[in-house]
Design a protein around this ligand. Structure first.
Ligand code: ATP
Ligand code: FE2
Length: 325
């Protein structure tokens, strides 16, 4: 069975083609980026409308397949930005109808987790999911992926991007902050906000903006301190979830997981508690169609040809999905 997966929750329009053995035959994406400022939903939607046909065509070419070879279509149903989700839904329905094949909507956050498991061969991990809009510590317990800790306000990626925007860098800011942090030598004290099992970034953002505006600190030192502090907060919560669930594996997922310093801190924590640490390659960390295709394969029993019933779920939470695969 071959599944074509469409991703369009936020900045990226992606198309992945995956078979039921978990082989990724193609993983093509086109991301909306800016020189200055963050994601504008209107322009992100226009971006997706402009690139969607070419992205799907390129994926089929790379996989050396025609539409007739596709058995199933899956799409990111949520959580995400409404106008962006609609583009993915419509493209997926268009393909499914044309081919007269079933379609299934899947959860974007669980897709990050399942592709991590597929690519790293972790069996029963805790997932530290660090992306733009989401920051969650997730693990499987009793039929669902449960959230053991999460951000109380914005996601870590959006927090980093907001600070990057404040200091005049464009979107995405994460890689630029990472580069600046490498040049930072001095740790500046900033708030460390862990509340129970949850984290919070908005107060830290205000603090960092004030520090930057005061011109008393080197930008590189601020970026270095930002990373050291917020990554430590997440590693702390992930470690406690591992201890609580008695799990011995950690998988890192989401776009911020591309950050080498975050990877290093997770690796050290796992080594100290005799656990295994896994991180898939970057193309499967950032938003991508392959993860949607793979989750489509896993959820194929729920696929339907009742195209009219397909809809988006912009606010769907990880723990609302029944895991029966
Ligand atoms: P979500 O899964 O919440 O819908 P998302 O759609 O925003 O997330 P992802 O592609 O998973 O998308 O993550 C994008 C985020 O990853 C952006 O905030 C970006 O700045 C961040 N990011 C990418 N590379 C790095 C890096 N090297 N260091 C830190 N952050 C990074
Ligand atoms: Fe994502």
């Amino acid at each position: 069975m071959i599944c074509l997966g469409i991703e369009s929750t936020a900045h990226t329009f992606g198309c992945g083609i995956v078979d039921d053995k978990g082989t990724v035959l193609a993983n093509v994406k086109d991301a909306y980026v800016t020189e200055k400022g963050g994601i504008n939903p209107k322009y992100a939607k226009i971006h997706h409308d402009n690139v969607k046909d070419k992205v799907v065509e390129d994926a089929l070419n790379i996989a050396k397949l025609g539409l007739k070879d596709i058995d199933l279509v899956s799409f990111s149903q949520g959580p995400g930005i409404g106008p962006c989700l609609w583009v993915g839904l419509h493209k997926a329905v268009e393909i499914a109808k044309k081919n007269n094949i079933p379609i299934v909507g899947v959860n974007h956050c669980i897709a990050h987790l399942e592709i991590g498991k597929l690519k790293t061969k972790a069996k029963d991990p805790v997932l530290l999911y660090t992306s733009g809009a989401n920051t969650q510590v997730i693990a499987y317990e009793a039929g669902k992926y449960r959230i053991f800790g999460e951000t109380l306000d914005q996601g870590i990626g959006n927090f980093i991007d907001a600070f990057a925007r404040h200091i005049g860098l464009g979107f995405p800011g994460g890689p630029k902050i990472e580069k600046l942090a490498l040049e930072g030598k001095n740790y500046i004290e900033i708030p460390y906000v862990v509340k129970g099992m949850d984290v919070s970034f908005s107060g830290i953002l205000t603090n960092l903006k004030r520090k930057f505006d005061s011109k008393n600190y080197k930008t590189e030192d601020i970026c270095f301190s930002l990373q050291e502090t917020v990554f430590a907060m997440m590693v702390e919560v992930a470690e406690r979830a591992m201890a609580h669930c008695g799990k011995k594996e950690l998988v890192l997922g989401g776009g911020v997981a591309c950050n080498k310093r975050l990877q290093e801190m997770c690796k050290v924590m796992c080594k100290e508690r005799d656990a295994k640490f896994f991180v898939p390659e970057n193309q499967f960390l950032i938003d991508n169609g392959a993860m949607i295709g793979w989750l489509g394969i896993l959820q194929r029993k729920q696929a339907t040809k009742n195209y009219k019933k397909m809809h988006i779920r912009p606010y769907e939470r990880t723990d609302e999905v029944k895991v029966d695969w």
